[in-house]
Design a protein around this ligand. Sequence first.
Ligand code: NAD
Length: 256
Amino acid sequence: MGLLEDKVGLVTGAGRGIGRETALVFGREGARVVVADVDFEAAKETAALVEAEGFEALAIEVDVADEASVERMIASTLERFGRLDCASNNAALGAGFRPSTELDRARWDRCLAVTLTGVWLCAKHEIPAMLATGGGAIVNISSLSGIKGQVRQAAYAAAKGGVIALTRSLAAEFATRGIRVNSVAPGGIETDGLAAYFADNPQIVESTKAVHAMRRLGRPHEIADAVAYLCSDRSSFVTGEVLHVDGGITINAHDA
Ligand SMILES: NC(=O)c1ccc[n+]([C@@H]2O[C@H](COP(=O)([O-])OP(=O)(O)OC[C@H]3O[C@@H](n4cnc5c(N)ncnc54)[C@H](O)[C@@H]3O)[C@@H](O)[C@H]2O)c1
């Protein structure tokens, strides 16, 4: 029996990368899956991949920074599946790599709107849907950037730090009402986005791997598996937790 048998799970930013892998893992673990992304074609592709493995999926177009769009996402989920048990709030947008003093306000605002406010808006509308059937589990995707900060990525790091504080606040607020809220903080993960960045900056490939104690990048399924665990009843006493899935970035791997 799968970790998420009989559950309905929603993944934002599921059109590619970690979100796509999470949708696939949700399906394999027994969930019916809502695949939501601002890129509707990409969401439909992911839903087709889930269905090709024999599982049920619904593709939805959503802009997580737009509350009306988020409300429609939850309404469509309930219309199709009648319930919502777990959600991975995974959609995010960086503000580009540039010195903080050269970052313009519009990029800062959009990064915060999608990466932090979007997580809050999703949780705001997921929680009532979950409460209607007795509870649920939310996993917000943060980042090691939100814990350690990141050179030339201040907006993104600030947003991800906010996701961690938001996660803990929501966890505290709903702990007695059957809602668990946790976060997964990935290290560097092999996605198309990271591959494109490496293609433009080949000089940082080895140094990026080197900051991970395991001396390698993670794979999308390594994040998806952690999300599935935190969405499942196997983590029933875990809330407000930030699970680092980072190959040991935060431990001192220096060989003295
Ligand atoms: N890849 C990494 O190394 C890494 C490291 C740490 C944290 N993360 C986090 O993991 C998550 C997934 O990362 P990824 O590399 O797969 O991301 P990605 O950039 O490849 O994919 C993000 C997805 O979100 C969608 N999206 C963007 N804006 C949206 C919006 N307004 N509404 C709905 N969907 C929107 C995009 O269309 C895309 O499909 C993100 O939260 C990211 O910040 C990734």
